[in-house]
Design a protein around this ligand. Structure first.
Ligand SMILES: *[C@@H]1O[C@H](CO)[C@@H](O)[C@H](O)[C@H]1NC(C)=O
Ligand SMILES: *[C@@H]1O[C@H](CO)[C@@H](O)[C@H](O)[C@H]1NC(C)=O
Ligand SMILES: *[C@@H]1O[C@H](CO)[C@@H](O)[C@H](O)[C@H]1NC(C)=O
Ligand SMILES: *[C@@H]1O[C@H](CO)[C@@H](O)[C@H](O)[C@H]1NC(C)=O
Length: 207
């Protein structure tokens, strides 16, 4: 019975995957598949779902700079190609909260609540905090590359990579580019749909 259910889920998942390739905005996970915590740390890579990929690994993502105010620093999830620093090499997911750790293993950074048309943002601060618990991961069946993709509001299919306008513009992850009014920071025609692949990192002692 288990095998049958599993096979059924696999087939359905595969169909969903095939379907989502044709029309990227229709990937809905089974509710039971949504996982709000992960027992491992991870990094994220963006994989094209609309255009052919240059490779099967995807583009490595990092927390890119997005300004600072007194006592707080803001970050956005950007490609390492557009922001070649990795100050937060480990991410984790606990109870729907997306966390980032500094190189020294310090935890002073959490993702802010997903907002349609806006980048996936983060807050680094010892004074202020964000309480967003809207993140999860969902398994992708039929894709040999990874087990989980990141979701916000249980949607794994609404992420895009967009080139930010202006000097030092980063290529940044945006949640639901089709939201209106459109964000003036990017041109929607330059955005392409991605999956945010979760890549588990090895625990410190096994390195
Ligand atoms: C895979 O392609 C992405 C996107 O073009 C690039 O950023 C990344 O460096 C490539 N990875 C490898 C291992 O070649
Ligand atoms: C997505 O595809 C475009 C065009 O093929 C390419 O320039 C870009 O590097 C790709 N991005 C990723 C994340 O693979
Ligand atoms: C994740 O990384 C942080 C910072 O390095 C570390 O304290 C924590 O133990 C790691 N968690 C897991 C599950 O490996
Ligand atoms: C991150 O979350 C933890 C626990 O939920 C909280 O103690 C901490 O203040 C938060 N930090 C930020 C910058 O949101």
């Amino acid at each position: 019975m288990f095998a049958f259910t599993h096979l059924f889920a696999l087939c359905l998942g595969f169909l969903t995957f095939m379907h989502s390739r044709a029309s990227p905005l229709t990937f809905l996970p089974f509710p039971a598949d949504v996982q709000r915590s992960l027992p491992v740390n991870f990094t994220i890579a963006a994989l094209n779902i609309t255009l052919p990929n240059t490779n099967s690994t995807g583009a490595p993502m990092v927390l890119g700079q997005d300004g600072a105010t007194g006592g707080a620093q803001l970050e956005v999830l950007s490609t390492w190609n557009s922001f070649p620093y990795n100050d937060f090499p480990a991410l984790s997911l606990f109870g729907g909260q997306l966390r980032a750790f500094t190189k020294r293993g310090e935890w002073i950074t959490n993702a802010t609540a997903p907002s349609r048309g806006q980048p996936l943002g983060w807050l680094t601060s010892r004074l202020y905090h964000t309480t967003a618990t809207d993140y999860s991961v969902v398994p992708v069946y039929g894709l040999n590359l990874a087990k989980y993709v990141l979701a916000a509001d249980e949607r794994a299919d609404l992420w895009s990579l967009c080139s930010w306008k202006g000097p030092r513009g980063q290529t940044t992850v945006v949640f639901d580019v089709s939201a209106s009014p459109p964000n003036s920071g990017y041109d929607i025609a330059d955005c392409y749909g991605v999956w945010l692949i979760v890549i588990p990192t090895l625990p410190a002692h096994s390195k």
